[in-house]
Ligand binder design. Structure first.
Ligand code: COS
Length: 381
């Protein structure tokens, strides 16, 4: 439910202007430098973008899911690297604290995250643990009023700039019930970072390994103060994260549609703009239709989330459809652009590489299919 339509539309208008006037002109620079200019990060901070989903009582904007995905679609219109800077503070880096943290943990971390003064990150994946999230191998052993952590976390978004990690480690036996979520400050003794990962796309984003060697954290770093709840915390965080990522996919698909239409109207072949050739029209029509379908799914699933409904299946379906859909739209965009779409100075070239990641992180398409089928066949239905 959107609480105040006027406030939201003015926020959306502000973000849209910021995307068009400040972020889109910097896309080529981010692509070549593999870095987001610090001045733009500061502008994002000033706009409150780090605290979109953090409750107002902790200094955030306290947006509903419907409001948040509306903003995420606007941000998805430009290079995903910009959204990634603010993505962990709004999603996987803060939501564990919001959904399961103690009052003290919320009061300490959330106001700092909401302003972007502290960057939160989420460390679940490991060298041998990805899709099978319940098999976390990193260990946490109690030592008086501390825990000693050992293990390696892999491909951790924003790790090179993070101040605190929501980090899953094993405190108990095998399986999901043995996993505990910790809030591990980046400056904890025994925590170090690997070299920055070299990725196919999404240049300007920063991921790397987080290495824990007898890393000491205080016992009150356990999220919610209870061992064995980390897997469920991670799953709840990911349900929400999957809707946010889906919205970013829709924003990117809209951009690719707009780039394709502009190019097809300007490019003349066989004596007329290619937009008037029916085979090009078919590709435009399929991309426009699929983008609309993705947007509709995102909005409906977000409304269900806001009304407190169980959305495990819907979040997985939306993520599956939107991430696969934007891949198809990007492929058609390159096809419509022809050779020009294969050149590095074309935005569709980097979007083509950038959107590939959406089918992988926060659960691969195959994991979404498993979740959907399980929910459909569960006894309770
Ligand atoms: N939301 C809320 N609770 C969930 C949940 C979800 N999406 N998925 C599982 N749970 C709960 C289950 O209900 C179960 O609770 P009970 O013990 O009370 O019954 C518990 O968590 C264990 O669930 P399950 O038995 O389904 O665990 P599995 O090991 O079989 O989980 C999947 C398998 C595929 C669902 C899980 O490993 C997963 O989501 N993997 C993908 C992880 C991922 O996205 N990685 C990307 C990196 S993070 S950016």
């Amino acid at each position: 439910m959107i609480r105040d339509v006027e406030v939201l539309s003015s926020l959306v208008e502000t973000i849209r202007r910021f995307v068009h006037e400040r972020l889109m002109p910097a896309e080529a620079q981010v692509e070549s430098d593999n870095l987001i200019p610090a001045a733009l990060v500061e502008e994002m901070r000033q706009l409150g973008l780090f605290g979109l989903s953090i409750p107002e009582e902790f200094g955030g904007l306290g947006l509903t899911m419907e409001e948040e995905v509306t903003i995420a679609m606007e941000l998805g219109y430009t290079s995903p690297a910009f959204r990634s800077v603010i993505g962990t503070n709004n999603g996987i880096g803060s939501q564990g604290i919001i959904v399961d943290g103690t009052a003290v943990q919320k009061a300490y971390w959330l106001p700092k995250m909401a302003t972007g003064l502290v960057i939160g990150s989420f460390a679940l994946t490991e060298p041998d643990v990805g899709s099978d999230a319940a098999s976390v191998r990193t260990t946490a052993v109690r030592d008086d009023d501390h825990y000693i952590l050992n293990g390696t976390k892999r491909y951790i978004t924003n790790a090179p700039v993070a101040d605190v990690f929501t980090l899953m480690a094993r405190t108990g036996g095998k399986g999901a019930d043995g996993v505990t979520a910790f809030l591990v400050p980046a400056n904890s003794p025994g925590l170090s970072l690997g070299p920055i990962d070299k990725k196919m796309g999404q240049r300007g984003t920063r991921t790397c390994d987080v290495i824990l060697e007898d890393c000491r954290v205080s016992a009150d770093a356990v999220i919610g103060g209870i061992e064995g709840r980390g897997f469920k915390t991670a799953m709840k965080v990911l349900n929400r994260g999957r809707l946010h990522i889906s919205a970013v996919c829709v924003g990117a698909a809209q951009r690719l549609c707009d780039e394709s239409v502009a190019f097809a109207k300007a490019r003349v072949q066989f004596g007329k703009p290619i937009a008037q050739h029916q085979l090009i029209q078919a590709m435009l029509a399929d991309s426009g239709t699929e983008t609309f379908a993705g947007r509709s799914m995102v909005m409906e699933a977000a409304r269900m989330f806001d009304s407190g409904q169980r959305i495990i299946q819907e979040a997985a379906s939306t993520k599956l459809f939107c991430s696969e859909m934007v891949g198809r739209v990007a492929d058609r965009a390159v096809q419509i652009h022809g050779g020009a779409g294969y050149m590095q100075d074309s935005p569709v070239e980097h979007f083509y590489r950038d959107v590939r990641l959406f089918r992988l992180y926060e659960g691969t398409s195959q994991i979404q299919q498993i979740i959907i089928a399980r929910e459909m066949t569960a006894e309770r239905r």
